[in-house]
Design a protein around this ligand. Structure first.
Ligand SMILES: [Zn+2]
Length: 354
């Protein structure tokens, strides 16, 4: 359709939206652009989307996901403010921002205490339960928007709300990782794995990481990992034991699940902390409860992040801790990006550009 098909002005402009219409079926369609932003809202022109495993889950379909199709995809984004609604004091047209990916209430106890990802009345995760960011324009509550510091491009900023903030929350709010400690980062080639390696090295930790091939091993080394284990050719539990002189690591960073979870626990020193934000290899595992209490392990489930974690992430980027980008794909090739992510071919983040 061209403009010539509309000889009279149309009230609502149309825009592109990447829409999940069925399991494993995403279409780029034209939908009505949003109205001018309401009170307390800003309108954002989306410029880049970061892909995460939650997009793969959403794309494949998931039993526990309560949602209705069609659904606009995209859970992590960066963009530029195009319009500002009444009552928004601190944001201007042209400001570059990242939006928070969950529709929190802003008023419950958790929200008031800055624990946004524990909101008691959350309206859903954008791009998973409710319409997401993979569209030209979106209206968002201004309170869920964080400005991007000068010097950070949209591509890098698009890794802040989910990838960086999730890792920031896992390592520092939950596992309380400290300088000088040793950490095992599982699947160090993933978007969050690469981020965890860089964040842990930045505060002076010793980093042991696992990868699935030699090419990734070299890349993980180049990122600063002190020891890289190819989990296909070596049992990582044994190597970690050797590397730590049988003591074990202080922190294990998990997101692989059943394939590695028990091994990660075995790698911990007594009183060690395991933090997990995902389970890509399945949903269930069994654990040895004697080992759990006798070794005094602490296990943290971690999902998402707070608004503060996003600001901390952007501050780290501004200070030079930039994300590792695997590939950039245009909007129309979103599914190619998802397939690449699903196939674990990545080293770093996949970014979708507009
Ligand atoms: Zn809330």
């Amino acid at each position: 359709m061209t403009l010539l098909d509309h000889p009279t002005p149309v009230a609502a402009q149309s825009m592109r939206a990447l829409t999940l219409v069925a399991d494993r079926k995403i279409e780029l369609i034209d939908v009505a652009a949003p109205p001018p932003p309401a009170a307390g809202e800003v309108q954002i022109a989306i410029r880049a989307i970061g892909l995460n495993h939650i997009d793969v889950w959403g794309w494949r379909g998931m039993a526990f996901a309560k949602r209705k199709l069609p659904l606009i995809v995209g859970a992590e984004a960066a963009g530029e403010i195009r319009a500002v609604g009444p009552g928004v004091g601190d944001l201007r047209v042209g400001d570059r921002v990242v939006p928070y990916g969950g529709l929190t209430c802003g008023t419950c106890k958790a929200c008031r205490e800055g624990r946004d990802n524990l909101c008691e009345n959350v309206g859903g995760i954008m791009g998973f339960h409710v319409d997401g960011f993979a569209r030209d324009l979106i209206n968002m509550p201004a309170r869920l928007v964080v400005p991007i510091p000068a010097g950070i491009g949209f591509r890098d900023a698009a890794c802040a709300p989910v990838a960086f903030a999730t890792v920031q929350h896992m390592l520092f709010d939950n596992a309380k990782l400290e300088s000088g400690e040793t950490i095992l980062v599982q699947a160090g080639g993933s978007g969050i794995g690469t981020t965890a390696i860089k964040m842990a090295k930045a505060i002076g930790c010793t980093v042991i990481t696992t990868v699935g091939d030699e090419e990734k091993a070299a890349k993980a080394k180049a990122l600063g990992a002190d020891h890289v284990i190819n989990y296909r050719s070596e049992r990582f539990e044994g190597v970690v034991r050797k590397l730590t002189a049988k003591k074990g690591v202080d922190v294990a960073f998990e997101h692989v699940g059943p394939d590695t979870f028990n091994g990660s626990l075995l790698c911990l020193k007594r009183g060690g902390r395991l933090v997990t934000c995902g389970s890509t290899s399945g949903q269930s595992t069994t654990i040895n409860l004697f080992q759990l209490y006798l070794q005094q392990y602490r296990i943290f489930g971690s999902f998402g992040a707070s608004m503060r974690n996003i600001r901390e992430s952007l501050a780290k980027m501004a200070a030079g801790l930039t994300p590792v980008i695997d590939t950039e794909v245009p909007l129309a090739e979103f599914e190619r990006g998802l397939a690449r992510l699903e196939g674990r071919q990545v080293f770093g983040k996949i970014i979708v550009t507009f």
